[in-house]
Each structure stands twice: as C-alpha cells, then as structure tokens.
Design a protein around this ligand. Structure first.
Ligand code: TXA
Ligand code: MG
Length: 331
C-alpha cells in the first residue's frame, strides 16, 4: 500500500514527531529537496532509511538541526570559521562537514570521522525537528541514484509504501540540494556545489574555495552518476533544429529564445534566464520529461556561475550513468 501524503498541519507534524521517536521514517519538505528522516541517534531507524532508498551503507547522511546549540552535540570541535559560516548561512541550504563526536552512530557517517550538519530554513522541517526533540538524519527522499524530489508526490512515486509518512510542504523553493563544505581549522573545501552560491562563500571566506577534482571516499555520495531519470540525458550547448526535429526527444531549455516551442515535450527552466528560478525548476522538469517515456532528454547547458554550478553538476551526473558513457557533448 502506498504511503499517504499528509498536509503540514500542527497535528500531522506532532504525529510525524511521534513516528520518528518510535523509530519510524518520515519524508518532510526542506527548502532544497524533500528529505527522508530518522532520528540520528537511533541506528536501527537510520538503517530503515538506507533500506527504503536502497542506498549503499558507504554513503553517509546529513544530520538536520533546528538550533545552533545542537551543532555542539554532533561535532567534536567547531572551528571559528565553521561558526562564522553557520551564523551567516543558517538556517539555509548549506551543510558543514566537521569532526564528529563519538556519540554519532557510524551508520550515519558511514564510519567516517566527520559528520555533515545542516540547519534547513523550511518552517515545516524546523518545526518537525523541534517537535521530535532530536536531530534528524536525512538524505534526499529518492531511490538511490534517481532524480531528487521537489514535490511530495515525487516522494510518493519513488518511495511510497516504504516510508511511514510523507508531509506535504508544496514545491521546494531552492530546488537543488545544499552546498557542502568541509571545514578543518581555518580551511574550507567544497565537496558539493548547491543552494548557496560558491561565490557567496568565497566572498565571506576571502579566498577561492578548494574543490576536489575527483570523488574520494570522503564524499562517497559524489558519485559520477546520480540524479538520473530513467530516460538518458544528453547535455547540449544549445538545442538546435536537429534536436527539434527528433520527435523521440524531450527538450529541456535553459531560457526561451526565438524558436523555443511550447509543447508537452518541452520545459524551460527559466524563460528570463534566471539561475535561481532555473534551479528551482530543474528536478521537477526532469521528473515531468522522464514521465513522457521518450528515448532521450536533450538538456541545454546553463552558465556555470552561482546556482548554475549546482545545476550543471546535477545535469552532468544525471547524464553519466554506469551503463552509458559520458553524456556531456562539450565537457
Ligand atoms: O539539501 C540537502 O542537502 C538535502 C536535504 C534533504 O537536506 N539532503 C541531501 O542528502 O542532499 P543526500 O544524502 O542526498 O546527500 C548528502 C551528501 C552525500 O553526497 C554524502 O556523501 C555527503 O552528503 N556527506 C554526508 N556526510 C558526509 C561526510 N561526513 N563527509 C563528506 N560527505 C558527506
Ligand atoms: Mg541525494
């Protein structure tokens, strides 16, 4: 039986908190994407999250908090730089990776010596964490490797039946996952571009962020293939006449220009070319185009700055699946 979607009323949030306290798993909205949560100090409940998603245990989870004090319960040491970054960007789409406290279960961190922590800015997420009284470990609420959910029904389609409750918080405002940075002492390293533009972090930090060129065990979720719809995705510079003539293709435009068609196989991320708007529409557009069952989705490149970095990161991973080669025509 599929899991019902419930409205985000105070009663339902209280019921969700009860479910979490009883070791259950609940999908809830955040400003980035929907999460699938369990109380982070309950390893058995966290294991259910991995099972529901069919996520490998080597991929660690982000722990969500609602108050600054909770950071000290999870991180062994909060360097001054981490405190500054948190005060500037929390609540919001930023995750800090810090040395963990002993008490954080290994299943949450995949046995790493670090823990990822974030304070979301979605009212429902914050109220749920408060009501449950403990930090909540939550990955995005999708099947492992599939497109992230930005609406409650995306969660129901992928995980319905495997989770105890889905709270509806409408469409996610940011639409791509949080930016992940690792803080050690006074250095800041980018592990995943996301909802907080890298440029904003760099302005605050006063230096360029170090960025890992290849995924390592420290960011195992940064697999080269991820976020994939069932339909193959091909990234193209611009969608041209040849792509338009291919009736077996779905089309994902960045902006609207001269010949942009308005039909059921076309989505425009942001008609006015706004990267924030484009990020907010990215995953829902991929979900919609995927449902058409076409042979391919042609996706137009977006400029790689601000939220465009996160969009291109997701598109590249969506286009590189294990069973195919590279998907980006130009990169
Ligand atoms: O916006 C978000 O971050 C959403 C919402 C639900 O908060 N969550 C999310 O979680 O995107 P998930 O599990 O889909 O991605 C978390 C990423 C993974 O790539 C994982 O490898 C990385 O965070 N991560 C978690 N703990 C880590 C750690 N200790 N060191 C390095 N990377 C870590
Ligand atoms: Mg994810």
């Amino acid at each position: 039986m599929t899991t019902a979607i419930v409205p985000a009323t105070e009663e339902e949030i209280a019921r969700a908190a009860d479910i979490l306290q009883g070791g259950g798993i609940v999908s809830f909205p955040t400003e980035t994407v929907y999460g699938l949560g369990a109380i982070s100090s309950n390893p058995t409940a966290v294991a259910r999250v991995f099972e529901a998603k069919r996520r490998p245990f080597f991929d660690p989870l982000i722990v969500h908090i609602s108050r600054f004090e909770q950071l000290g319960d999870l991180a062994a040491d909060v360097p001054e730089l981490a405190e500054r970054v948190a005060r500037r960007f929390w609540p919001g789409p930023l995750t800090l990776v810090l040395k963990k406290r002993e008490c954080v279960p290994d299943i949450v961190t995949a046995g790493l010596g670090t823990v990822a922590v974030r304070m979301p800015r979605h009212g429902v997420a914050l109220r749920l964490i408060e009501a449950c009284g403990f930090p909540i470990a939550a990955p995005s609420a999708n099947r492992f490797g599939a497109t992230s959910p930005t609406e409650a029904r995306h969660v129901q389609e992928q995980l319905g039946g495997a989770v105890d409750m889905i709270i509806d918080g409408g469409r996610c405002e940011v639409g791509v996952e949080s930016t992940i940075v690792k803080v050690s002492g006074d250095s800041l390293e980018l592990l995943r571009p996301g909802g907080v533009p890298v440029e904003e972090l760099e302005r605050m930090y006063g230096h360029l962020l170090e960025q890992r060129s290849s995924p390592t065990i420290e960011a195992p979720g940064q697999l080269p293939y991820h976020y994939s719809p069932s339909t193959p995705v091909r990234i193209v510079g611009t969608i041209d006449d040849e792509h338009l003539r291919n009736k077996d293709a779905a089309l994902l435009f960045f902006t609207s220009h001269g010949g942009t068609p308005h039909d059921s196989r076309t989505r425009i991320l942001s008609p006015r070319g706004d990267l924030r708007e484009a990020a907010a529409n990215l995953f829902s557009s991929l979900h919609e185009l995927d449902r058409l069952g076409k042979c391919v989705i042609f996706a137009e490149r977006v400029p790689e700055h601000d939220l465009g970095l996160a969009i291109m990161d997701r598109l590249r991973r969506a286009s590189r699946r294990q069973d195919r080669g590279e998907g980006d025509d130009n990169a």
